[in-house]
Design a protein around this ligand. Structure first.
Ligand SMILES: [Zn+2]
Length: 190
């Protein structure tokens, strides 16, 4: 069986593109490489210039940015990128927005949000870097969790699984790979 091919565009919003983003782009296909018989994930950078934050996203009460306005931004850039890619008979399947600004959910700060089963996700580097050198990998693990959610994977109870939701950094640090159950779910869906 040939693996299903999936291209993820990374859209950097709110900060300059730096080595964190390049590391992320390099690592996403490697993490999904564990599922290489099912899915072949490629990642590319959509923008190389700094983009401003969506004005409607900020909530002074929540002290952060709500994730959904980022999806409208992502849709706009996906459309533009797809027009260029169409000439090569390609398109973006997913757009992952990366920002360094705090994100807010209904119950407080969040590391990211996915459009479950849809094309968009947003992840923040805010709060992932605590000076112990794990920040880059945390960004990768959270991004892969969110991409898994866009692929329709449910949240997983296994704390070592990438699809285990994270409320704190220790939850992200506990993740190592997709568990066998999640791998089976993805195999059944593709
Ligand atoms: Zn799992």
């Amino acid at each position: 069986m040939h693996p299903c091919s999936l291209t993820c565009g990374v859209l950097n919003i709110g900060n300059t593109v730096d080595e964190r983003v390049y590391h992320l782009i390099k690592r996403i296909p490697v993490v999904f490489g564990q599922l290489a018989d099912v899915i072949d994930v490629k990642a590319c950078l959509i923008n190389d210039i700094s983009l401003s934050m969506p004005a409607t996203a900020y909530s002074p009460i929540a002290g952060g940015y709500f994730p959904y306005p980022f999806f409208s931004h992502a849709a706009l850039f996906k459309e533009q990128a797809d027009k260029k890619l169409m000439k090569m008979d390609k398109h973006l399947d997913k757009v992952l927005v990366v920002t360094d600004k705090p994100l807010a959910g209904p119950d407080g700060r969040i590391y990211g949000q996915a459009d479950v089963g849809g094309p968009y996700a947003v992840v923040t580097t805010h709060g992932l870097y605590d000076g112990f050198g794990r920040g880059n990998e945390r960004l990768v693990l959270e991004a892969c969790y969110l991409l898994g959610r866009t692929m329709g994977l449910p949240r997983c109870d296994d704390a070592r699984c990438i699809m285990h939701p994270a409320e704190m950094l220790a939850d992200i640090d506990a993740r190592s790979a997709f568990c066998e159950l999640c791998a089976r779910v993805l195999r059944a869906r593709t």
